[in-house]
Design a protein around this ligand. Structure first.
Ligand code: ATP
Length: 508
């Protein structure tokens, strides 16, 4: 674990040093859980967003996009349930003054029990070899049986208390388990209270009677309230989807994991409207499609896993998370939810407007069911960045850090280096770059040795570098160097475009 934490720290430092991600307002010591994207970060983020958009809107004839405003009528959040229920249980430690999510403290305790169980199993597997039967071992080993029972009992207490919003029972559970503050070791806790995660602000001047409005905590509601506008104007036939990317805001209680959990972040969401009764088929379809999207980046399958929800939100009839193995462990990257017709029905009720669809195939009018896919752009950015970060020892004994980014996502696709600053080489280099820079992002560099320039571009994941030298002036050839193999070959200038474009192709 320490090694993984170390790696995480290195990635954060690298992201800053190479202009991917900066702490917000850094000259004022930053703002907690808020980050800014630098010149390389903004390109990588845009490329991920474009790839998502293409896979949804361009590749599906029945999915269209919208861009709804961040501010919405306050009743939207009443109808969606966010005003009443979008909260986390919060607890403070009186000695350390640190704040925690009470449910996370208990879940951390549970994962310690899980680790103990797994250790017992690993030990037994080693001892019994091929004849080891894990199921039987789980059912018969007294220590494992006791730990499983303990864990089930804790889960039952936690989830039923949360469901009943019985915060005193959550506190009692923390006390009964003797959970201590992980920082100070103190068990001196405040009561647990519910904390709503929505940010609010005022719209209009106070003399007008300002209205309290919220910064949206998810982009999905912008899609629901526009569902009929889009369906009618686009003459969309069910099943159809609406996609949107945009900022969302949550006043997260604990936000200490870099861009994994931020207070201002970006979501990429798609709501797919279907005939009631067909939602399970579409839920499976979108599970499969979304995993396929992830794998088409070239990131291997073992970095991903599905986590099907056992306990469903009251409005859902199926839900799964796509988890990714971040340096901080397997964590949620994307959610796929079958939300029944909960949201549209709630908006019908609160707005008094009919949000029905007339299905001419079955001659029936109904409120459609919705299957949604919801992914955090920043989390996807972190997934790609952390997977790509590679430290390599080279044959000559030197070391390099190379970002093995999927080439089509890399901020710069081609770096263009004149060997020297004189003899007409810079002019020739710019002439070559001008011919391709409309098609992909290029970067011109003439400072430092070629070796140093290569290292800088390795560190930001540029798939190709070309060097323009004196021979280029004679025979119109350049040296092209590939990022991962570091192989260098001489090619005619008119081949550059094809070679780079070939590498940027993605199969989805
Ligand atoms: P978590 O359990 O991690 O808080 P969630 O279940 O509340 O996430 P959803 O409401 O399903 O998340 O939001 C959809 C996606 O938005 C998540 O899968 C995640 O990628 C992203 N997301 C949610 N909260 C944050 C955040 N605070 N910072 C960055 N991304 C987030």
């Amino acid at each position: 674990m320490a090694k993984q934490e170390d790696l995480f720290k290195k990635i954060i430092a690298h992201a800053k040093e190479y202009g991917f991600v900066f702490p917000s307002s850094e000259i004022y010591d930053g703002l907690s859980a808020v980050y800014d994207y630098g010149p390389n970060g903004v390109e990588l983020k845009k490329n991920i967003r474009d790839f998502w958009w293409k896979s949804m809107v361009q590749m599906h004839e029945n999915i269209v996009g919208i861009d709804a405003a961040i501010f919405m009528h306050p009743t939207v959040w009443k109808a969606s349930g966010h005003v009443d229920a979008f909260s986390d249980p919060l607890i403070d430690n009186k000695d350390s003054k640190k704040r925690y999510r009470a449910d996370v403290l208990v879940e951390d305790y549970l994962s310690k029990i899980e680790t103990k169980i797994n250790k017992e199993i690993a030990k037994a597997r080693k001892r019994f070899g091929d004849s080891f039967d894990e199921k039987q071992f789980r059912e018969t080993n007294p220590r494992v049986v006791a730990n499983i029972a303990k864990s089930e009992e804790i889960k039952e207490r936690l989830y039923s208390s949360l469901e009943k919003e019985d915060m005193a029972a959550v506190k009692q559970l923390i006390e009964d388990l003797e959970i201590a503050d992980p920082v100070s070791g103190s068990k001196n806790w405040t009561d647990v209270r519910q904390f709503n995660l929505m940010f609010n602000t005022q719209m209009g001047s106070t003399s007008d009677g300002a209205m309290e409005i919220f910064l949206r905590p998810e982009t999905a509601q912008g899609i629901f309230v526009n569902y009929l506008n889009v369906q009618k104007t686009g003459r969309m036939k069910i099943p159809f989807g609406i996609a949107q990317t945009g900022k969302a805001f949550r006043n997260e209680i604990v936000a200490r994991q870099f861009i994994f959990r931020m207070r201002e972040f970006e979501q990429m969401e798609m709501q797919f409207f279907v005939r009631p009764g067909t939602e399970m088929k579409w839920f499976s379809y979108w599970k499969e499609q979304r995993l396929k999207w992830h794998l088409s980046t070239g990131i291997p399958e073992e970095k991903y896993r599905f986590h099907d929800h056992e306990k469903l939100a009251h409005y859902a009839n199926a839900a799964t998370d796509i988890e990714f193995e971040f340096p901080i462990g397997f964590k949620e990257l994307e959610g796929i939810h079958s939300r029944t017709n909960f949201d549209l029905s709630a908006h019908e009720k609160f707005s008094g407007k009919k949000l029905r669809y007339f299905d001419s195939e079955i001659n029936e009018s109904y409120v459609p069911n919705v299957v949604e896919t919801s992914i955090g752009l920043d989390r996807m950015f972190l997934a790609v960045l952390s997977h790509s970060y590679t430290e390599e020892k080279l044959n000559d004994g030197s070391e390099r850090v190379v970002m093995k980014l999927p080439p089509f996502l890399a901020p710069t696709k081609l770096a263009v280096f004149p060997l020297t600053k004189k003899d007409g080489l810079p002019e020739k280099a710019r002439e070559i770059m001008d011919k391709v820079k409309m098609d992909f992002m290029c970067f011109y560099e003439e400072k430092d040795t070629i070796g140093k320039r290569y290292r800088r571009h390795d560190a930001i994941g540029t798939p190709y570098c070309i060097t323009i030298d004196h021979q280029t002036l004679q025979d119109n050839t350049v040296t092209i160097r590939e990022r991962d193999t570091m192989e260098q070959i001489r090619i005619p200038v008119n081949k550059i475009h094809d070679i780079v474009s070939e590498r940027l192709k993605v199969v989805y």
